[in-house]
Ligand binder design. Structure first.
Ligand code: FMN
Length: 198
C-alpha cells in the first residue's frame, strides 16, 4: 500500500465557489492522487476547475468541522492555482490535475505539485489529534459501518483525547460525538448512552 497523507483539500466550482473537504492524498512518487468516492463535490469541482490546494494542519477541528457541517475555516488566495488555500495551514501544496482514471465508484485524479510552501513549524505529535482523525474517518463512514464497531473504536480513541488532548482536540471530539449521537438517535436509549460515553 502507498503512503496516504491526510489533508484538507480545497477545490473551486466553475463559478469560483470554494469547497473544503478532508481527503487522504495517495502518494505516487513526487505526485499525489486524489481519489474521491462518488458522489462528491470535490470530484465535480475538479472536473470543472482541475486545480486544488492540499493543506496540512494540526488543527483537527478543521477535519471534524467539515464532517459536521462547519466550513467556516479562513482561506486566502494561492499563488499558482485558481483555488484558495487554508489561511492557517502549517504548509500547503498547490496541485494541477494531469490525468484522470475514471471509475464508477472512486475515480483517481493524478495531480502534479506546482508549488509547495511551509508557513509555520511542525509542533510534534499528539495522540489526541491522531484519535480525532480516526474518529472523523469513522464518522464519514457512519452509513456503512456496523454500529458495534463504531462504538467500540470510539471508546478506545476517546482515551487518547481525554489523556492528551488540548481545547481544540476536545472541541473537535465533541462535534464528532454529537454527530454520532444524532445518527443513532432513533436507537435504544442504552445504546445512545454508550455512544455518548464514547
Ligand atoms: C481523514 C479523512 C480522510 C478522508 N479521505 C477521503 C478520500 O480519500 N476520499 C473521499 O471520497 N472521502 C474521504 N473522506 C471523507 C470526505 O471528507 C467526506 O466524505 C466529504 O464529504 C467528501 O465529499 P465532498 O467532496 O462531496 O465534500 C475523508 C475523511 C477524513 C476525515
Amino acid at each position: 500500500m502507498p503512503l496516504i497523507r491526510e489533508t484538507i483539500v480545497i477545490t473551486a466550482s466553475r463559478e469560483g465557489r470554494a469547497h473544503i473537504a478532508p481527503i487522504g492524498l495517495i502518494s505516487d512518487r513526487d505526485d499525489w492522487i486524489i481519489a474521491p468516492f462518488r458522489p462528491s463535490t470535490t470530484l465535480d469541482n475538479l472536473a470543472a476547475v482541475p486545480f486544488a490546494t492540499a493543506n496540512h494542519t494540526d488543527d483537527v477541528r478543521v477535519f471534524a468541522g467539515c464532517l459536521t457541517g462547519r466550513y467556516m475555516w479562513p482561506t486566502m488566495a494561492a499563488k499558482e492555482v485558481p483555488v484558495p488555500r487554508l489561511a492557517d495551514a502549517l504548509s500547503h501544496v498547490e496541485l494541477a490535475v494531469i490525468d484522470v482514471r475514471d471509475d464508477p465508484q472512486r475515480p483517481r485524479l493524478h495531480c502534479r505539485v506546482v508549488r509547495s510552501i511551509s508557513h509555520a513549524p511542525f509542533q510534534g505529535f499528539n495522540r489526541a489529534q491522531a484519535a480525532v482523525l480516526e474518529a472523523a474517518i469513522l464518522v464519514s463512514r457512519l452509513h456503512m459501518l456496523p454500529r458495534e464497531k463504531i462504538e467500540r473504536e470510539l471508546a478506545y480513541l476517546h482515551i487518547a483525547v481525554e489523556k492528551t488532548g488540548g481545547p481544540r482536540e476536545i472541541e473537535a471530539w465533541t462535534w464528532l460525538a454529537e454527530k454520532v449521537n444524532a445518527h443513532f438517535a432513533g436507537a435504544q436509549p442504552a445504546d445512545v448512552a454508550k455512544a455518548n460515553k464514547a
